[in-house]
Write a protein that binds this ligand. Sequence first.
Ligand code: NAD
Length: 334
Amino acid sequence: MENESAKLNGRQILITGGMGFIGSNLAHRLVREGARVTIYDACLDPYGWNWANLDGIRDDVQVVIGDVRDEEKLEHHARGKDIIFHLAAQVGREISMASPELDADINCIGTLNLCKVLARGERRAKVVYAGSRGQIGEPVYLPVDEAHPTEPTDVYGINKLAAEKYLLLYGHIFNFPVVSLRLNNVYGPRCQMEHGFYGILNWFIQNAMTGRDITVYGDGMQTRDYIYIDDVVDAFVRAGLSSTANDEIFFIGSGVESHFIDMVRQVIDAVGRGNYVHIPFPPQRECIDIRRFVATFAKFKGATGWQPKIDLAAGVRYTVDYYRDKLDRYLKKS
Ligand SMILES: NC(=O)c1ccc[n+]([C@@H]2O[C@H](COP(=O)([O-])OP(=O)(O)OC[C@H]3O[C@@H](n4cnc5c(N)ncnc54)[C@H](O)[C@@H]3O)[C@@H](O)[C@H]2O)c1
């Protein structure tokens, strides 16, 4: 991958949602590799934008406060780019049920704007899209792979799926390459810690660090596939550079099925204190919850050689270490 990364030097890159968790970590990596990065982010709450996420690269990136629903502004900043990492999204599953129009507006209309902009453009940028495991719904077999049926259990999953399809369709018709990375549960440094609507592992780290009880819905035996941010960033970089991944969908995860309750114990262990309590599922959560999830990353490994390097125990420790002296900046945005 070292030689591959040299290909980023001087490349013009746009990251929508680049002030958030995944986008800002990606920006740090791209700046290190010599890319010329523009971040396009609307700084909407309750999402994960945070100036603290850009500490260390603030002078090396162009930051545009812009909304993907603003087609004209998006067009202006998408022009001339080599790679566009499209991460801006309404990311809360419960929020999508409470405000389905907002979810459709940002996740569908925002993505359609990007499609239209690229269709009109003279230069064909490559798009790497942050898809979601939520596009699958309750799995009918495990591990989930790219052929698995898609029956989302919430509006977020439906709109993330629609956005993926818009991009692939426009890319096919208007001749620009698209890669969709369907991400499992991502955790790590620079994830928001203000609330538990999403990014639950980070939220639990905050709970343990601040002495608040961690609440586990039900018996905690539901399973998830947790993937550390550096591995995800590496997947985005490989997807952006690889010509063998074009016009394809891939699952990005650890390939390890972890019980929710075991994740909670690892968090408490890494923080060195903390307590959890079991409570019944709130009805608005229970109706969209998925009992088990794990995906195989074999297809992406075959296309790019990628595989995860950081296991859950190490990743949780790195995450806790990151927040030890920065917690204040993530409890309240600065
Ligand atoms: N974190 C995960 O576990 C996970 C899992 C699956 C998929 N994803 C996808 O990855 C992407 C990034 O998620 P994240 O975890 O970094 O979330 P995040 O909340 O940290 O970042 C999202 C960013 O998008 C910005 N944004 C929201 N609406 C916008 C709009 N209309 N225009 C411009 N910017 C806007 C927010 O201000 C925020 O900075 C999203 O597309 C999400 O659906 C994340």
